[in-house]
Design a protein around this ligand. Structure first.
Ligand code: SAM
Length: 212
């Protein structure tokens, strides 16, 4: 198989609804730093920006071309200036690389992280590990959708998006990979409590348990 090059995001064009549970959670919790892993064109972030405290910082992660679109849309709609981290469109690149650079930097902490990017075991399982290192005690991680799977996705199912079967096995295409991350990594983690079933988790420890 010839691996195609990706000068631009290969992610199919989407028409996405705002994630209202995320907006409601953020309105209630009032985090001072909000990060979205996979922001697409910023539909949810625009609504989040309207309910965040004025002094809060928004951190956005996506492919560089995509995050640039979200950045412009958010500034235009709300006047807020998000801090943007764009990764390349190389086949194996993701926001996990940007998160690694932030760990090196050591100055950024998140209070709320919405993980709504790849929805896959390899990318988002590792993203959970990295986010944990950047999340303040008492902070929250939200996963977008535990029921989601590639085979059920309107845009990413193998018929609509043939590369899906080049990238994943039939079992992986059928599997609910976000649910696997929640069940295998987040629920058993001693530093996290489940606040909204399968969706919102609060960091109750200071990370010491993970380091043991
Ligand atoms: C479902 S959309 C995000 C929707 C957005 N959170 C909203 O509510 O409007 C998923 C996003 O994840 C991004 N994504 C998927 N895989 C990625 C990767 N490997 N690196 C960076 N971004 C990725 C896609 O580009 C897309 O914008």
């Amino acid at each position: 198989m010839t691996i195609p090059e990706y000068p631009k995001s290969i992610y199919p064009r989407l028409r996405l609804a705002v994630s209202m549970p995320t907006v409601d959670n953020v309105r209630k919790l009032q985090p001072l730093s909000y990060a979205e892993l996979g922001c697409y064109h910023g539909a949810t972030t625009i609504e989040i920006a309207k309910v965040l405290p004025p002094e809060a910082t928004i951190y956005l992660f996506d492919y560089a071309d995509t995050v640039a679109i979200a950045n412009r849309a958010i500034q235009k709609a709300t006047g807020r200036v998000p801090v943007c981290y764009g990764n390349s469109c190389k086949l194996r690149d993701s926001y996990c690389w940007s998160l690694g650079l932030l760990i090196d930097d050591g100055t950024v902490r998140f209070d709320y992280v919405f993980i709504d990017g790849a929805h896959t075991w390899d990318v988002d399982g590792f993203a959970f590990f990295l986010v944990d290192k950047l999340l303040s005690p008492g902070g929250h991680i939200e996963f977008h959708d535990c029921r989601w799977r590639l085979s059920g996705s309107k845009r990413l199912n193998p018929t609509a998006f043939p590369l899906t079967q080049e990238f994943y096995t039939p079992q992986q295409i059928r599997s609910r990979q976000v649910k696997m991350i929640v069940n295998r990594l987040v629920r058993p983690h001693p530093d996290y409590e489940e606040v909204i079933r399968g969706r919102l988790f609060r960091k109750i420890g200071n990370g010491a348990a993970a380091a043991e």
